[in-house]
Design a protein around this ligand. Structure first.
Ligand code: AMP
Length: 116
């Protein structure tokens, strides 16, 4: 999908409002509009990438930054000690509904395993 039509690219550009909790040079973190836990934040790269399935070798720093951002968000949201889950869905069958890479950070409640 081209970035003009992409919901999360529009959030990055500021065309659509979002409840931003943190930002980095390469990423933006904002609250999920339909939270599945007391803390539910999405971290997205500023650059359009469909999913982690599209990441190439040259994207190693971006991939790492997203995980470091997840830990930072967990600290900011005060779930770093109580525990949290970091998830990224790849493909419709795995539950991906927005095809701009995003990492979910979920916390504030007990998580079950395996996920549905
Ligand atoms: P996924 O199903 O893994 O692709 O996750 C997409 C997530 O984006 C879902 O949890 C949605 O609730 C969330 N979402 C969709 N639109 C928005 C929006 N405008 N602002 C914040 N979160 C959104």
């Amino acid at each position: 999908m081209e970035s003009d039509d992409c919901l999360f690219c529009r959030i990055v550009r500021g065309d659509i409002p979002a409840d931003v909790v943190a930002e980095g040079e390469l990423w933006v973190a904002f609250r999920d509009i339909q939270p599945q836990a007391p803390v539910h934040v999405l971290i997205i790269p500023r650059r359009h990438v469909d999913s982690i399935g599209e990441l190439k070798e040259g994207d190693a720093s971006l991939a790492g930054e997203l995980l470091i951002a997840a830990a930072e968000v967990a600290r900011l949201e005060d779930v770093d000690e109580s525990g949290y889950r970091v998830v990224t869905n790849v493909g419709e069958r795995a539950g991906q509904s927005v095809f701009h890479l995003h990492v979910h950070v979920l916390g504030g409640r007990r998580m079950r395993w395996p996920p549905g």
